[in-house]
Design a protein around this ligand. Structure first.
Ligand SMILES: Cc1cc2nc3c(=O)[nH]c(=O)nc-3n(C[C@H](O)[C@H](O)[C@H](O)COP(=O)(O)OP(=O)(O)OC[C@H]3O[C@@H](n4cnc5c(N)ncnc54)[C@H](O)[C@@H]3O)c2cc1C
Length: 468
């Protein structure tokens, strides 16, 4: 039977990002995708700062950023402006770009690195034993893989196959979505309007198409399978925003009920879950694809180490990424309650509170960092340096930035003086940071020391970088 190191089920943004990470680390992987055609439906359009930083650490951000529209201020609730310009990052923005554009970039990179992407390959079931996982496919031969990652979306077959509980609930609010063109586009880049009846929003894709998003209390009783017409959309916009902006017939539309659910276990034996297969939540806040790509970057180097015989990091995937998923669920739930749910009086009160709160500098910064993903840090066990588990900021060195040096996907040692260390990148900086910092391939701090004499470094390199 055909054998690969890692089989990835699903070629959405999570699966493609994971394929890039695994190939960068020299691991063989095969991506199995049910769809025969190329493009995934454009659902996500917001790429946040931390995701852009990680794409930068792989040399992809410079290609993606020019394709999108840079938004430097967002409104977590109507009237509560949150400036992203103060974020401590090279990318103080939300990049508005179609999900298909992000996927195309990831797919091209994955293929260039040697990933095998097989389309019209639906995985129907899987079984695992001590040595490997066997995947059964529709119309294809079975495959054996040392590890499998279910990146197969919200209705994950892989999740069901390993019996991971997907705990949570469904939101009751009925949202209407459509991609339309506008004869009279609004002046604002991100146009939104609210009234007692609901909320409408236009998000530009930058190619003359706009995503229209509507929550209209008057339409909540409509069945989800009833076709959404342009007249219905126009009426909601006229009622809530006072104009339909000359909306044209949609190229795509849907009625949508989102859910908030998270898998209890991100790993069962040799099988892992990432992206929407592991967590789904309200699209408000634009967190889903961002979280999925970051799951992939966290898991990639750990799986690569395991394939090379060092499985020590595999369990840290759950330890590090499950709390992040939980926090995203809480954030998106809070945003949902601010924007969409409840009685008009309750909604107005919550919005007034957030409008006042974002006027307070530290509150505003904390919210912006949370939304952008910059606030994410991983647990650091007692006794370790306080930088352990932190997001490593991009630093200037003599000839390059840190994130440029990290692009080969290896660990990087940040030092004050040049030195030779086998198997890792060395990055010399005069920045005000600890004397020695070992940075993981996913941009978080593995180990740090305030003494330049290298005490403890050998052990750290053995623990983090040695292969069995
Ligand atoms: C309206 C809306 C707006 C959104 N906006 C944003 C946003 O602005 N920013 C953001 O970050 N997120 C946003 N999201 C969420 C985002 O779209 C998802 O989180 C993201 O697509 C998840 O990526 P994924 O790769 O995990 O899963 P998916 O994109 O769902 O990909 C899963 C893939 O697996 C394949 N597959 C499924 N089952 C099988 C099988 N058995 N065998 C083989 N292949 C299989 C599917 O065909 C699919 O290609 C939004 C979502 C919605 C609904």
């Amino acid at each position: 039977m055909d054998m690969v190191d890692v089989a990835i089920v699903g070629a959405g943004p999570t699966g493609l990002a994971l394929a890039c990470e695994l190939r960068l680390a020299g691991v063989t992987c095969r991506v199995l995708e049910r769809r025969a055609d190329q493009p995934n439906l454009t659902r996500a359009f917001a790429v946040h700062a931390r995701t852009l930083e990680l794409l930068d650490a792989r040399g992809l951000a410079d290609e993606l950023v020019p394709q999108g529209i840079q938004v430097t201020s967002v409104q977590p609730a109507p009237g509560a402006a949150l400036s992203l310009g103060e974020l401590p990052t090279r990318y103080p923005m939300v990049l508005i770009v179609a999900q298909s554009g992000t996927e195309k970039l990831l797919e091209e990179r994955a293929v260039a690195l040697g990933a095998e992407i097989v389309r019209a390959a639906e995985v129907t079931s899987l079984t695992q034993d001590d040595g490997a996982v066997t995947l059964h496919l529709k119309n294809h031969d079975d495959i054996r893989a040392s590890f499998v990652v279910g990146c197969d979306g919200a209705h994950s077959m892989v999740r069901d196959a390993i019996g991971a509980r997907f705990e949570g609930a469904q939101y009751e609010t009925h949202i209407m979505l459509a991609d339309v063109q506008l004869q009279r586009p609004p002046q604002e880049t991100l146009f939104g309007a609210t009234s007692k009846q609901g909320l409408v929003l236009f998000v530009p894709f930058g190619d003359s198409w706009f995503r229209a998003i509507v929550w209209d209390r008057d339409r909540e009783g409509v069945r989800l399978d009833e076709p959404l017409t342009v007249e219905e959309l126009k009426k909601s916009f006229r009622d809530i925003a006072g104009d339909d902006y000359g909306m044209t017939e949609p190229r795509w539309s849907t009625r949508f009920l989102s859910e908030r659910r998270q898998a209890k276990d991100y790993r069962v034996g040799r099988v892992f879950l990432a992206g929407d297969a592991a967590h789904v939540h309200s699209p408000i806040g634009g967190q889903g694809m961002n979280t999925g790509i970051q799951d992939a970057v966290n898991l990639g180097w750990k799986l690569a180490a395991a394939v090379r015989g060092n499985p020590a990091f595999l369990d840290t995937y759950q330890v590090e990424r499950h709390p992040v998923g939980e926090s995203v669920l809480k954030l998106t739930d809070a945003l949902y309650r601010l924007v969409l749910s409840g009685s008009t009086a309750g909604l107005m009160l919550r919005r007034t509170i957030i409008r006042l709160a974002v006027r307070i500098g530290p509150v505003r910064r904390a919210l912006a960092e949370r939304l952008s993903g910059l606030a994410i840090r991983y647990p650091h066990p007692d006794g370790l340096h306080m930088w352990t588990g932190r997001r490593m900021p991009d630093l200037r060195g003599e000839n390059a930035r840190l994130y440029e040096v990290m692009r080969d996907g290896r660990f990087t040692l940040v030092t004050k003086e040049p030195s030779d260390v086998d198997g890792v990148n060395v990055f010399v900086t005069k920045a005000k940071v600890p004397d020695l910092i070992l940075v993981r391939p996913d941009g978080y701090v593995a180990w740090a020391s305030d003494t330049a004499d290298g005490r403890g470094l050998d052990n750290a390199l053995k623990r983090w970088c040695a292969q069995a």
